[in-house]
Design a protein around this ligand. Structure first.
Ligand code: F6R
Length: 366
């Protein structure tokens, strides 16, 4: 059951070191540089020859797809488009026989995602599934796939399924890059070693739970929130905002930080909490100036920073540290404090965290 936790959501958040490890188990061994996804074997060549990958999904699964876009482009130098399944299926999408479609779904039952698969299939594309529920409709409708091993996710807000999806998609991107020769042997080995440390790093983020709870207490009655990130942390900003919206019913928006000056900056005043994903990566300097822009307008900033950062703590109202990792693996650690923040705020507001109003665990109607 809930194993002593108050809600499934918090139990599932805390399960992530294990669910991430389970999603790598048997597939990855850094010792001898082994990486193999059974379901991908017969399709790796096809994927390597393809010019284009289209990723479809909804909600949190779509956010995992956005992370995958950055991963596949960066590592495997392949053109990726990420589509909301609901939009894709009702357009007249250009899909050719050589195209690969990756469908992402925790439940494997999302009606729009299933319909998008059927449409792409009818146009001759090869469909690869990343599902959590074994034998689900989407898993059965695809040509091949790699399951996430997150275990059953009961809380309506997706947490451990997201990190498991990102884990599997990372393995796919690295395997593909290796096949295509688009990463060096050294980077390949480094990434495998670093991936194996992720469960322990996620565990480390949990040490900040009490601090995150205090921050949640301060912002319990905020009416709006903005989440900003760049690069690999941009999809994380979207995911953080979605988590907060769906379980606390606070209006929240995620943006790429650089887009702020094209409109949303008008919203910033002393009542606006802004969550920055500000880990030490290639966008760090840019994020620092975005933080200055928000502070200059009296926004209240909560920054997710890399352990040991000495600059940002002096600029913002609150910091939450996460362990350092390879830039492309950042979402796996940076999303964790956002899940906790939304959970604690929702609990303090007395919300039904596991079953938010108007939502169902799998959306089997369009
Ligand atoms: C967010 C959430 C939803 C789902 C979306 C897709 O926490 O739970 O946004 O991510 O309905 O569901 P699946 O992944 O089952 O296709």
């Amino acid at each position: 059951e809930k194993g002593g936790y108050d809600h499934f959501m918090i139990k599932e958040i805390f399960e992530q070191p294990r669910s991430i490890a389970d999603s790598m188990r048997g597939r990855l061994r850094a010792d001898d540089a082994h990486l193999q996804l059974g379901g991908l074997n017969d399709y790796l060549d096809k994927l390597a020859q393809s010019d284009r990958v289209v990723i479809v999904g909804c909600g949190t699964s779509w956010h995992a797809g956005l992370v995958a876009e950055y991963l596949f482009e960066e590592l495997a130098r392949i053109n990726v488009e990420v589509e909301y399944a609901s939009e894709f299926r009702y357009r007249n999408p250009v899909i050719k026989e050589n195209d690969i479609v990756i469908a992402i779904s925790q439940s494997g039952e999302t009606a729009d995602t299933l319909a998008a698969i059927e449409l792409a299939k009818s146009k001759g594309a090869t469909i690869f599934g990343v599902c959590n529920v074994v034998g689900s409709s989407i898993a059965r409708a695809t040509h091949a796939g790699a399951y996430t091993h997150a275990g059953p996710e009961i809380g309506v807000a997706s947490t451990k399924a997201f990190t498991a999806q990102v884990t599997v998609l990372t393995l796919m991107a690295i395997a593909l890059a290796k096949r295509k020769g688009t990463i060096s042997e050294e980077t390949y080995r480094q990434l495998l070693i670093e991936l194996e440390t992720i469960p322990a790093k996620v565990e480390k983020v949990f040490e900040n739970a009490a601090k995150i709870k205090e921050i949640a207490f301060i912002f319990t009655y905020a009416r709006n929130f903005i989440y900003l990130g760049r690069g690999f942390n941009f999809p994380v900003a979207l995911e953080g905002a979605l988590k907060l919206k769906e379980i606390s019913y606070i209006h929240a928006e995620g943006y790429p930080a650089a887009e702020m000056k094209h409109g949303p900056i008008a919203l910033i005043d002393e009542d606006m909490p802004v969550v920055f994903l500000a880990t030490k990566d290639s966008s760090y300097e840019k994020i620092v100036s975005n933080i200055q822009e928000v502070k200059a307008r009296k926004g209240r900033v909560i920054a997710i920073v890399t352990e040991g950062d000495t600059l940002i703590p002096g600029m913002v109202d609150f910091v939450i540290e996460v362990p350092d990792t390879h830039e492309i693996l950042t979402p796996l650690v940076s999303v964790i404090p956002l899940q906790l923040l939304s959970y604690y705020i929702a609990v303090m507001r007395g919300r039904n965290v596991d079953q938010p109003r108007n939502l169902a665990k799998s959306v089997t109607v369009e």
